[in-house]
Design a protein around this ligand. Structure first.
Ligand code: SUG
Length: 448
């Protein structure tokens, strides 16, 4: 039965804003307090989905999560009408209001870790929604994401959507952004590469400046839950230096697809051993070589890697079998990144096309092409069982762009989050979206 990789992009929600909430994420800090354009953000995201749909024919989406989460503010003791709660929270700490409004679920690479059924002991496709324990605005995604995944992948015979890991420091988990699956063409089972930022007990190498968001025990627990045999997993630690340089997730410094790994030479602790071991294990398992494309500090400095987001490019296999590298437009403006791209295109691999996309609204919060998508490998039965309303067709694209134009503001500042009208606007938009996607409104609005 053929297995195919579908990309589930996060549909960017109506409250996209720049609140500077992510310590250690250089772009989020740099652009915090700027005025966002939610409408442009969502249209940029949809344009990316349409482009990938044209290349691969396998593009889906995950709905945005309902915002604001005023129940969080109420649970923190803010009382009164919605308008009063908003004002009181804003007067106390404006970032608390921004947290309730964050559209951060757009970065679906952090929604979950996904193991295709070919890798899992029970032959089901496993999801562990990320607890996103490291930041408050992201931790409030976990429950609703679990619910959305369960309603889209609604068959216990074929899918297993676990609950998120315990929301506790030992198990801090950021999902697929720290997980890459390698597979040889035509094979059903792959090798899953988990990259953590720190050991759970805090011993050993650790960043000094910025937090490590993924722990070793989180990665190991996800692998155990997904019933991955030891020969199908490989664990490595991020180089703490790169975390301190702004690499808050491994997918800011490395990206893999099928038998290709593109990474910076500083990405991992003990990099030569990691890459040697990974290649050996891939070859033992699949009988095929892993194609590693590694760029050194002289070819692309860490600073340029973080500002261009080259390693957050998305690699997709097209319908004709070739691969395309989907880069953020920021790479085009960076000479060193451009030179690296030329080498990738010249190299011995199937990447033969580069596409630059304008995703600036998301990029300014530290979210490039690869952050915006969650990869799910499905076989024919799973494809048939999955909720079809989230598959991006031409007609869904037309409906969604019109919906965005109808409901989204073109400007949203931190001060604008105080406007109580924004609550109703987003509510109405989400109710309409549930009809467009044919998903129950209690699920989309996360109501009991
Ligand atoms: O978690 N930014 C996100 C960006 C996530 C990118 N995802 C991957 N690398 N896979 C984060 O830091 C910023 C929100 C704000 O500041 O308003 C934010 O949450």
């Amino acid at each position: 039965m053929s297995n195919e990789e579908f990309c589930f992009d996060g549909l960017i929600g109506p409250t996209h804003n720049y609140a500077g909430l992510s310590f250690g994420n250089v772009a989020s800090e740099l652009h915090g307090q700027e005025v966002a354009n939610p409408q442009a953000a969502a249209l940029q995201g949809l344009a990316k989905m349409k482009r990938v749909a044209g290349l691969t024919g396998r593009q889906c989406l995950l709905p945005p999560l309902r915002r604001p989460r005023l129940e969080l503010l109420r649970s923190l003791g803010f009382r009164g009408t919605d308008a009063e709660v908003i004002d009181r929270a804003f007067d106390y700490r404006p970032e608390l209001l921004a947290i309730c409004y964050s559209a951060s679920s757009m970065w679906t690479a952090n929604a979950a870790t996904v193991s295709p059924s070919g890798d899992c002991g029970d032959g089901r496709l496993h999801f562990t929604p990320a607890n996103l324990h490291s930041t408050l605005h992201r931790s409030i995604e976990a429950h609703s994401t679990t619910r959305n995944l369960r309603s889209i992948f609604d068959s216990e015979d074929l899918f297993c959507v676990h609950p998120p890991l315990p929301a506790q420091t030992w198990f801090a988990d950021e999902g697929a952004a720290n997980h890459t699956r390698f597979v040889a063409a035509g094979q059903a089972a792959g090798l899953e590469f988990f990259v953590f930022g720190i050991r759970s007990d805090g011993t050993g190498a650790a960043p000094q400046k910025f937090p490590a968001r993924q722990t070793q025990m989180a990665s190991e627990t996800v692998a155990r839950r997904h019933q991955l045999e030891p020969e199908r997993v490989f664990f490595a630690q991020q180089n703490p230096r790169v975390i301190d340089a702004g690499v808050f997730h491994n997918d800011v410094i490395a990206v893999g697809h099928e038998d290709v790994l593109l990474c910076h030479s500083q990405a991992f602790l003990n990099q030569s051993q990691v890459l040697g071991g990974l290649s050996q294990q891939f070859e033992n398992l699949t009988g095929n070589p892993l194609r590693i494309i590694e760029f050194s500090e002289t070819e692309l400095s860490l600073r340029d890697a973080v500002s261009s987001y080259l390693f957050n490019s998305q690699i997709v296999t097209r319908k004709d079998g070739g691969m395309s590298l989907i880069c953020p437009i920021e790479c085009d403006g960076n000479q060193a990144a451009n030179e690296c791209i030329a080498k990738i295109l010249d190299g011995e691999n199937r990447i033969d096309e580069v596409i630059f996309l304008d995703l600036r609204q998301s990029m300014n919060n530290g979210g490039g092409p690869a952050c915006l998508r969650l990869r799910v490998v499905l076989d024919a039965r799973q494809r048939a069982a999955m909720h079809a309303g989230v598959i991006l067709t031409d007609s869904l694209y037309v409906k969604l762009t019109a919906w965005v134009r109808r409901h989204y503001r073109e400007s949203l500042s931190q001060e604008d989050l105080r406007d109580p009208n924004l609550i109703d606007e987003t509510w109405v938009a989400m109710e309409e979206l549930s009809k467009i996607l044919d998903l129950p409104s209690q699920v989309l609005l996360d109501q009991p």
